[in-house]
Design a protein around this ligand. Structure first.
Ligand SMILES: Cc1cc2nc3c(=O)[nH]c(=O)nc-3n(C[C@H](O)[C@H](O)[C@H](O)COP(=O)(O)O)c2cc1C
Length: 359
């Protein structure tokens, strides 16, 4: 039987393998309901368009953000190395995956510190779960930051996954106090992020009230942890897994779509990262026009990074190119200008926003 710390580590490899081999995406982030209004007189030169922006005091060369994914098993070091090299080369921000495995077993620290080694100038974000923050306090958060010389720390909220995975933590109490303790004790910015179920207006407000500096939507419509855990349960076929397979099935469409989450949080005017089902530079442009400062992708970059370093670079070039075209066609020569590009909502997203106003 594996020790608990080994389980945390081997789970990391399970996740990557399942993400590479199975369809783990849901459809429904809402980007197909959002239209950017075409500007037939752009009055700018596409070749002079600048993608650079600022986030939490850092200059970043494109709003494309490498969302938190991996580290924590020796088999993940090469993927993190490739992601970090790309972050450094293209001047992107990058998050590491949950550092819990290395906090439980320091021999795994190099699977995370490789990111800072390879990306000395990038905006690098540490990552631990809110349950680990509550249960281990500041010490773990500080160690996670130190491990990668981070510029910010993300605290992830993942109760859908906790609810359907066998090792899950079912106690969701004492979380806001844990966040408040953290934000009042460290100087670095704290980002509160979801991992696929989205963040509502009310949750964002509570996070900001607890002192977090930025919110990451982690909305529904991209990688689904209900689906990943369902696939893990299918592979294991041990006691209780039948129940988990059905749970994963039932909750595979649970969550706030990313676009809806953006619409909920944008009025709070806080630094905002859009993640969850962004699949092109056009989705990034739509997110920025709806109030996002950075736009994270996980699965598409993971799949390219596992293939090769050059596949990852090609993917990033393609995404940046798509973003540039969308900026040109909305007459936006800078990311600042893109923020005021007009969007039109249709379909289910429009329906949901109407219902919200009526309530
Ligand atoms: C393989 C994998 C591992 C992930 N691990 C973490 C994690 O440890 N911590 C975290 O905050 N988010 C994690 N995420 C969630 C992503 O940061 C992101 O919120 C989510 O995958 C939605 O983006 P996507 O649809 O582009 O994949 C992970 C995502 C993937 C695909």
């Amino acid at each position: 039987m594996d020790k608990p710390e080994n389980l945390t580590s081997s789970r990391k490899l399970d996740h990557i393998r399942i993400c590479m081999n199975q369809n783990v995406e849901t459809d429904g982030a809402g980007f197909s309901d959002v239209f950017l209004v075409h500007n037939a007189l752009p009055e700018c030169n596409m070749d002079n368009i600048k993608l650079s922006t600022r986030f939490l005091g850092h200059k970043i060369e494109s709003p494309l953000f490498i969302a938190a994914m991996t580290g924590g098993h020796p088999g993940t070091i090469e993927v993190n190395r490739r992601l970090a090299r790309a972050a450094e080369k293209f001047g992107l921000g990058i998050g590491v995956g949950s550092q819990r495995a290395a906090l439980e077993d320091p021999s795994l620290e190099n699977t995370f510190s490789v990111v800072r080694d390879e990306a000395p100038d990038a905006f690098v974000v540490a990552n631990i779960g809110i349950v680990q923050l509550r249960d281990h306090g500041l010490k773990w958060a500080e160690r996670a930051i130190e491990m990668i010389d981070a510029d910010a720390i993300a605290i992830h909220l993942n109760f859908l996954q906790e609810a359907v995975q066998p090792e899950g933590d079912h106690d969701g109490s004492g979380l806001v106090d844990a966040l408040t303790d953290l934000t009042s004790s460290i100087d670095l910015p704290v980002i509160m992020k979801e991992t696929g179920s989205g963040i509502s207006y009310e949750t964002a407000k509570r996070g900001l009230g607890a002192g977090v500096s930025a919110i990451e939507t982690g909305g529904f419509g991209g990688t689904s942890w209900a689906v990943i855990e369902r696939e893990r349960a299918k592979e294991r076929k041990s006691l209780g897994d039948d129940v988990r397979i059905l749970l994963g099935e039932t909750f595979s469409d649970w969550g706030i779509p990313t676009v809806m989450s953006l619409l909920e949080i944008a009025p709070l005017n806080c630094p905002l990262i859009s993640t969850g089902g962004l699949r092109s530079g056009l989705d990034i442009a739509k997110s920025v026009a709806m109030g996002a400062s950075l736009c994270g992708m996980a699965l598409p970059l993971l799949r390219s990074a596992v293939k090769s370093e050059s596949a990852l670079e090609d993917k990033i070039l393609q995404i940046n190119k798509e973003l540039k075209v969308a900026m040109f066609l909305t007459g936006s020569e800078s990311i600042n200008k893109l923020k005021s590009a007009r969007t039109i909502l249709t379909g289910k997203t429009l329906e949901l926003t109407k219902r919200k106003k009526e309530e």
